[in-house]
Design a protein around this ligand. Sequence first.
Ligand code: T46
Length: 136
Amino acid sequence: MSITRLLTFENIVDQRGSLIVLEALKNIPFEVRRIYYMTNLSSDNARGFHAHKDLTQVAICLNGYCRFVLDNGSNREEIILNAPDQGLLITSMIWREMYDFSTDCVLLVLANQYYDESDYIRNYNQFLQEVNNGKN
Ligand code: T46
């Protein structure tokens, strides 16, 4: 099964522009507890390099583009996010790396939990160990 799960949002377009609606438990498959966004990103500085024990998120590139690598401990997949009507659903225990940000990239993330540093696994070997423990 693919690790990459893309959500497509309805894009309401008219002569005034484009409008996209995000609704918890409708086109966003969880109750949203936290929203954060990244701007002033640099193509030279990758981000991520962690997994979450419990967190589920949807990442949306509102402007520009960036690449995500997703890794479930067995396979790695890469995707370009470059459309505001696409959301990348990232569930728990997926290692993510983000890189190749365009200078105009704006990355929005919706999360189902408040920020909790203890939910992060920031060491890849520890991630592999925990993924493999979960399989036993
Ligand atoms: C993720 C990817 C897609 C907070 O204080 N509150 C927050 O809600 C967040 C997200 C971060 N922070 C602090 C923690 C660090 O001191 O902001 C700093 C930068 O966070 P981090 O290095 O984790 O940023 P990224 O871009 O590597 O990862 C972020 C999210 O943290 C992560 O959950 O999945 O974006």
